[in-house]
Design a protein around this ligand. Structure first.
Ligand code: UDP
Length: 326
């Protein structure tokens, strides 16, 4: 079976490509390399240097025929999206329309879309299951929800099947260390912890320690990218086998505080990792934890590497290799 992975040179995309290759699929990556890296390309996958804002290039790439398309190409910084909504509207929403229309022309029946917990907004109840109200509180989350709705219409009107996978906090690196590129200018907690551990940063900030949580810092649900990747393959197989679209939340179902993450990283890396508590970051809910019951039931998915030590250790190995730290 042939799969096109758009955004396959990025952090999550490269792990998804690796998983499809491991399962014997033929994979083509399409990426504009704006945030993805050539280091993340695997020899076994074909590569097209393309851009989702260039519909002709998309159509050309899709013309050879694919059984499914995984779409991970997007702008993803929630804070940034509040200042540059026009960029997010164009890249995320218009870019996805280009992909869906090109896929329709090429007869691609199955779409896997990387969505986000940001579609839910502040939690009304925990854990967050698929029935939780969808009230995005940042523009990024709004774009992801609009795309989900768009895909639902394309299914109803054109029979194009989709799986939307709502990631909670993606973290970790390939446990076999086959993904070589690190994210540039990371804004997420664990890469920032690691940049501090390797000395790229002198110290880091803890955004708020007065939340109503066990140590005052925010609780998040970190899910390993290798676990996210297996869900994409299972979702594709579900579409092929059942011809039925689906949306699933994907997290480890375990809450970790910011301080717990930093403290365990100190123990695993043996580095000091100076961290000072500062003011809260606007828009941060105190606690976000997923229910992945549906993913387990419908996809047979299970988190195998999403325990705190595997998350930190696999990321530390990637940073050690990159910065040649013994
Ligand atoms: N965080 C922090 N310092 C940082 C980066 C993140 O304290 O330098 C906190 C952030 O406030 C949140 C958690 O770590 O509570 C996870 O943040 P991240 O940006 O990784 O993911 P988000 O929860 O925003 O999707």
């Amino acid at each position: 079976m042939k799969i096109l992975v758009i955004g396959g040179a990025g952090y999550i995309g490269s792990h998804v490509v690796r998983e499809f290759l491991d399962r014997g699929y033929s994979v083509t990556v399409l990426d504009n390399l704006s945030s993805g890296s050539r280091l993340n390309l695997f020899d076994e996958a074909a590569f097209v240097h393309g851009d989702i804002m260039l519909p002709l290039r998309l159509r050309e790439a899709m013309a050879e025929g694919f059984d499914g398309c995984v779409h991970l190409a997007a702008l993803k910084a929630a804070g940034d999206s509040m200042f540059r909504p026009e960029a997010y509207a164009e890249m995320n929403i218009a870019g996805t329309i280009n992909i869906l229309n090109a896929a329709l022309s090429a007869g691609i029946q199955n779409m896997i879309f990387s969505s986000s917990a940001a579609i839910f907004g502040s939690p009304r109840h925990l854990p967050i299951d698929e029935k939780h109200p969808k009230n995005p509180e940042n523009f990024y989350g709004f774009t992801k929800l609009e795309i989900e709705r768009l895909m639902d219409w394309y299914d109803r009107l054109k029979g194009m099947k989709y799986a939307t996978i709502r990631y909670f906090n993606a973290a970790g690196y390939d446990v076999q260390q086959r993904v070589k590129g690190l994210e540039m200018n990371p804004e997420n907690l664990l890469p920032i912890v690691m940049e501090t551990a390797v000395g790229v940063r002198k110290g880091m900030k803890i955004f708020g320690d007065d939340y109503p949580t066990r140590d005052g810092t925010c609780i998040r649900d970190y899910v390993h990218v290798n676990d996210l990747a297996t869900a994409h393959v299972s979702a594709f197989e579900h579409l092929v086998d059942n011809k039925e679209s689906l949306s699933v939340n994907l997290g480890s179902e375990t809450g970790v505080t910011v301080r717990e993450m930093i403290q365990r990283a100190r123990e695993i890396t043996g580095k000091e990792i100076p961290a000072v508590a500062t003011e809260r970051r606007p828009g941060d809910p105190a606690e976000l934890v997923a229910s992945s019951a549906k993913a387990r039931e419908v996809l047979g998915w299970e988190a195998r590497h999403s325990d705190l030590d595997s998350l930190i250790d696999s990321t530390w190995q990637a940073y050690r290799n990159h910065f040649r730290i013994s």
